[in-house]
Design a protein around this ligand. Structure first.
Ligand code: FAD
Length: 237
C-alpha cells in the first residue's frame, strides 16, 4: 500500500564518481514493507510549497523495515540530486511508497539473468540480496554494464554475495575498456549475451536508462526469448 512517511537521512556515502548511497531511518511507528525491486517517491520541497516528486528504487533488501538505502546518480542540476547532496545528516526527508511492478516472479521455474546498467543495479541488488536469503538453487547471473574501471562500484559487496550464495555469479561489462581481471569483461552486456546459446531458457530482469533497457529488450526478443520472460524497469527522468 502506498503511504507517506517521514525519515531521517543517516548515511551519505559516495561509491563512484557521481553515484552516492543515501541511507534513511524511518520515523517510528511507520514501517516500510515492500517487495525487492520496488521504488519510492522522494518528495523534494519546493518554494511554491508543492513538492517535486522523484522516483528512486530501493537498494536494500526487504528484510529491514526501519531503514533503507537509495543508490542515486548525481545528475548535473538534478533537483533531487542537489537536494539530497546538500541536506544535513538527520534532516527530515519525506517519501511515498512503495510502488512498482518490477519484482521477482515466483516460483522460479528458470535460471535467472539480471542485466543492469549504472544505478539500474539498485533494484537488482535488492533482489539479489533477497535471493541470497532464500537459498534457491536456480542459477542467478548478473551482467553489470558500466563504461570504465573508474566507474566500478559494488565489487566487494557482489563478491561477498557470491560467498553467501553459491548459485550467484556476476560480471562487469566495461564498454570503453579492455579489463583482464577476473570479474570483468570488455564490451557491452550484449557481448556476453552473445556467448549464451540458450537465451530462451532464462528469465531476465533488466534495469537502467530507458534507451539501454529498450535496446536490451529488443535484443532478447530478437533471440527468441518470450516477452513473458523479460521483466524490466526503465529509469526515466
Ligand atoms: C521507477 C524508477 C526508478 C528509478 N530509480 C532510480 C535509482 O534507483 N537511482 C537513480 O539514480 N535514478 C533512478 N531513477 C531515475 C530518476 O528518477 C531520474 O533520473 C530523476 O530525474 C532524477 O531526479 P533529479 O531531480 O536528480 O534530476 P532532474 O531534476 O529530474 O533532472 C534530470 C536531468 O535533466 C536535466 N534537466 C532538468 N531540468 C531541465 C531543464 N529545464 N532543461 C534542461 N535540462 C534539465 C538536469 O540537468 C538533469 O541532468 C528511477 C526512475 C524510475 C522511473
Amino acid at each position: 500500500m502506498i503511504t507517506t512517511f517521514k525519515t531521517r537521512l543517516v548515511k551519505k556515502k559516495a561509491v563512484a564518481p557521481n553515484v552516492i548511497v543515501f541511507g534513511f531511518q524511518i520515523d517510528p511507528p511507520a514501517k516500510l514493507r515492500f517487495r525487492a525491486g520496488q521504488y519510492l517517491i522522494l518528495l523534494v520541497p519546493q518554494p511554491s510549497g508543492v513538492p517535486a516528486r522523484r522516483l528512486f528504487s530501493i537498494f536494500t533488501p526487504p528484510s529491514d523495515q526501519k531503514y533503507f538505502e537509495l543508490l542515486v546518480e548525481i545528475l548535473p542540476n538534478g533537483l533531487a540530486a542537489s537536494y539530497l547532496s546538500q541536506i544535513s545528516q538527520t534532516a527530515e526527508v519525506v517519501f511515498q511508497g512503495p510502488a512498482g511492478m518490477f519484482t521477482l516472479r515466483q516460483p522460479f521455474s528458470r535460471d535467472l539473468i539480471f542485466l543492469a546498467t549504472g544505478t539500474g543495479v539498485a533494484p537488482v541488488y535488492s533482489m539479489l540480496r533477497f535471493l541470497a536469503g532464500q537459498k534457491i538453487t536456480r542459477q542467478q547471473q548478473l551482467l553489470f554494464g558500466l563504461r570504465t574501471r573508474a566507474e566500478v562500484f559494488l565489487f566487494e559487496e557482489l563478491k561477498e554475495l557470491q560467498k553467501q550464495n553459491q548459485s550467484f555469479s556476476f560480471l562487469y561489462c566495461l564498454s570503453r575498456e579492455h579489463p583482464t581481471e577476473a570479474g570483468f569483461a570488455p564490451g557491452r552486456v550484449t557481448n556476453e549475451l552473445e556467448k549464451i546459446t540458450n537465451l530462451p531458457d532464462f528469465d531476465f530482469y533488466v534495469c537502467g536508462g530507458k534507451d539501454v533497457v529498450e535496446a536490451l529488450r529488443q535484443y532478447l526478443f530478437g533471440k527468441r526469448v518470450p516477452r513473458a520472460q523479460v521483466y524490466s524497469e526503465k529509469f526515466t527522468g
